[in-house]
Design a protein. Structure first.
Length: 99
């Protein structure tokens, strides 16, 4: 939810956010991706987005993505944010499948 809310606040009226759930090329993992085709996240901001209490907004705690990353890490997963002017922003969570 934090990832979706972060993206919801980062898009302009009329822009599209795409959420995909797919299996990865690596066996026994699932990949969840959220894509936003709007303005890119500045390169100097990207590495800070999962730091606790870091925010670019006037309101909020800066804890949302930090908590998301810690939960994904605790489950043996990977969390990645990629952003460019040409491709937009994609947030990916790769999690192991548990039988």
């Amino acid at each position: 939810e934090a990832i979706c809310l972060r993206h919801a606040g980062a898009i302009a009226q009329g822009e599209t956010v795409t959420i995909k759930l797919e299996t990865c090329l690596v066996p026994d993992k699932v990949c969840i991706q959220i894509h936003n085709g709007g303005d890119p996240i500045p390169p100097e901001v990207l590495p800070k987005l999962t730091q606790p209490f870091y925010t670019t907004k006037a309101t909020g705690t800066g804890l949302g993505l930090a908590i998301v990353k810690r939960i994904i890490d605790a489950h043996g997963g990977e969390f990645c944010i990629q952003s460019s002017a040409a491709l937009g922003t994609t947030v990916s969570a790769i999690l192991p499948l548990v039988a």
